[in-house]
Design a protein around this ligand. Structure first.
Ligand SMILES: [Zn+2]
Length: 294
């Protein structure tokens, strides 16, 4: 795989304490590549594999590792993709709990009664963009194609969280909702948490209009606004969603040194990763698969 890394020095100036460079590794199991986040290597009880487009059986615009049953791809191919990818984690489809993402900031706790929901059985919930759990071998599944993946590990209480943070989830602060739920259910404290901001669309690729930019201007102040929003001209702005999510985490009380960010952009790498913008919506979907493995 030949990944394009965006210029982290330029794009993330001001986030010096976050781990950006060398924060990702491409691993391969059974000829299936996946992205791992090196700041989480220290947690040998957590497994987190982030998919690419490669190694699956889907074709055309879904080529080849597509995980969406809802975008017109063959059901059998998508199911096979789950089986192939989950093999890299020694997990099965019946171990998964899948979000039902609709750009909300709703987060729920996943338990064993929900195992398989979204793949092997229907979901008992709707409009859920984030999941947390402390259950071993229960795999949290979140979906992405430019939106920002945010992952949470609490080594003190041995619990995890995974959320989908697009521009609505970022300005609505699903990070806050995830941390709050981990706190109320498991006793997590922000200072315990280690987080990662995964592959998503970079600022140079992410043009938005005044309506979206103004909501971010209302949510961030001072130097933060300067980092998050760049005026492009003609009423267009470039939005740095990764920086915005980083600030959400810092505001929550998470130690900047415990925040990791990748500088892999989905749109800059649309041959290897699904990108909604780069494909004009003709695409499959990537997944983050996260579980407690011991
Ligand atoms: Zn880009």
């Amino acid at each position: 795989m030949n990944i394009n890394y965006i210029n982290a020095d330029k794009t993330f100036k001001g986030l010096k304490k976050a781990v950006i460079h060398n924060s990702t590794r491409i691993s391969v199991t059974n000829n299936i590549p996946y992205i791992e986040f090196t700041p989480f290597d220290r947690f040998d009880w957590v497994k987190l594999h982030f998919s690419t487009r490669l190694g699956g059986v889907s074709s055309g615009i879904y080529s080849s590792m597509n995980f969406s049953f809802d975008r017109g791809d063959s059901y059998d191919n998508v199911l096979r993709n789950y089986e192939l990818f989950l093999d890299t984690m020694d997990l099965k489809t019946s171990d998964c709990v899948c979000t039902k993402q609709t750009h909300t900031v709703n987060v729920i706790e996943a338990d064993y009664s929900m195992a398989g929901m979204g793949i092997t059985k229907p979901r008992s919930y709707d409009n859920i963009d984030g999941l947390i759990t402390n259950k071993k071998d229960l795999c949290l599944v979140t979906y992405f194609a430019d939106c920002v993946p945010v992952f949470f590990v609490d080594p003190v209480n041995r619990c995890i969280g995974a959320s989908h943070s697009g521009w609505r989830g970022t300005v609505g602060n699903i990070t806050h909702e995830t941390v709050q739920l981990m706190s109320s259910v498991y006793g997590s404290r922000p200072e315990y948490l280690h987080t990662f901001i995964g592959p998503s669309i970079c600022q140079q690729c992410y043009e938005v209009d005044e309506n979206v930019a103004s909501q971010f201007a209302d949510s961030y102040s001072g130097n933060e606004t300067d980092m998050v929003i760049d005026l492009k001209g003609n009423g267009k702005y470039l939005l740095n969603l990764q920086a915005a999510n980083y600030f959400n985490m810092v505001h929550e009380g998470i130690n900047p040194e415990n925040i990791g960010i990748t500088d892999i952009c989905t749109s800059c790498n649309s041959d290897l990763l699904f990108s909604h913008r780069a494909s004009h919506g003709k695409r499959g979907v990537l997944c983050g698969f996260m579980s407690i493995c011991r």
